[in-house]
Design a protein. Structure first.
Length: 326
């Protein structure tokens, strides 16, 4: 998820989107305003909304259509927002921090509640490792600059270790899974649904996730964020409210109908139904406006990433929060 927002990459993304697609979209916009939503297949609620067509119905009275734009991961999604290819997106904690450090034009417009169990440090089922402290000197695979990078740092701190005490191996999820299965690494830090897939298919064991010991604060919150292009959010507050309303309704339905939701989502994510259901159980789906407390949590991650030299300069998360309520 560590994506550099350079002009070269912007041009590459624009080329990837394709001039013909942009022309087609431009023709559609001339007839009807369209909300362009950036999503990832791993973002289960957006996948459900797309499959059920509920947001289209919610926006129809406002005269807006919906265009779904798929991205492989959060950093590319943020770059898509920055080059004007989308209006609203949904990502984890890390991509917005890198995007803001690179000057991307977005604002935080909402968040889903904490999901500390939806990311974890995994070890093989027959691993001798029993505690995070046992990772000292070991090879640990993770996606550099992602949410799980922060999880790993905080879990190591909790057990008296630093990142320099282990051997980080920076790999994207697919490569991380391959290294984990071949046992070329000792542990793998990853998020759902990749986490659930490893648990279900190869018996991976959770060494630690984002939760704390009973009666203590969680180690990390693992919020998920709704983001919007700054100008679009200012011009179309009713559209943003409709997005929120539909997300809340679909989230309530999903939690009441977990198996049915998993059956709808699984073929679109290319995963078994039981894997998707397990992942869904570890997320909360109830979008809320950004509060000072949530922004402060995001600021702590930004400060940590700056201290680790993952971002080139310090940032103020509050500069990208325009819809903030007590």
């Amino acid at each position: 998820m560590n994506w550099i927002f350079s002009p070269t990459r912007r041009a590459a993304l624009a080329s990837l989107l394709g001039l013909s697609a942009l022309a087609e979209a431009g023709h559609a916009w001339a007839q009807q305003p369209v909300l362009r939503i950036g999503y990832q297949k791993a973002a289960s609620l957006f996948v459900l909304q797309k499959a059920q067509g509920t947001l289209e119905k919610k926006l129809q009275p406002l005269g807006f259509g919906v265009k779904w734009v798929e991205f492989p991961a959060g950093p590319q999604l943020l770059e898509g927002l920055n080059v004007g290819a989308m209006d609203v997106g949904y990502v984890g904690e890390a991509p917005p921090i890198f995007a803001q450090a690179a000057g991307a034009r977005f604002v935080y417009i909402g968040h889903d509640p904490a999901a500390p169990r939806a990311e974890a440090i995994l070890v093989p089922k027959d691993s001798p490792l029993r505690s995070v402290a046992d990772l000292k000197g070991r090879k640990v695979a993770l996606n550099k600059g992602s949410n799980v990078h922060y999880l790993l740092v905080k879990q190591l701190e909790k057990h008296g270790l630093a990142l320099s005490d282990i051997q980080p191996v920076y790999l994207a999820p697919a490569d991380g899974r391959a290294a984990f299965e071949s046992k070329s690494v000792d542990a793998w830090v990853v998020w759902d649904p990749f986490q659930a897939a490893a648990e279900k298919s190869i018996g991976a064991r959770v060494l630690a996730d984002g939760t704390g010991a009973p009666g203590t604060p969680d180690v990390v919150n693992n919020y998920q964020y709704y983001l919007g292009e700054r100008g679009f959010v200012a011009r179309h507050p009713q559209v943003i409210e409709a997005v929120f309303a539909d997300a809340v309704e679909r989230g309530i339905w999903l939690k009441k109908n977990l198996r049915q939701a998993a059956e709808l989502i699984a073929p679109l994510q290319g995963l078994p139904v039981d894997v998707v259901e397990l992942a869904l159980r570890r997320y909360e789906f109830n979008v809320k406006p950004i509060t000072r407390e949530v922004a402060a949590d995001q600021q702590r991650i930004a400060d940590t990433f700056h201290a680790l030299k993952l971002i080139p300069k310090p940032i103020q998360v509050s500069d990208a929060v325009v819809i903030a309520r007590p």
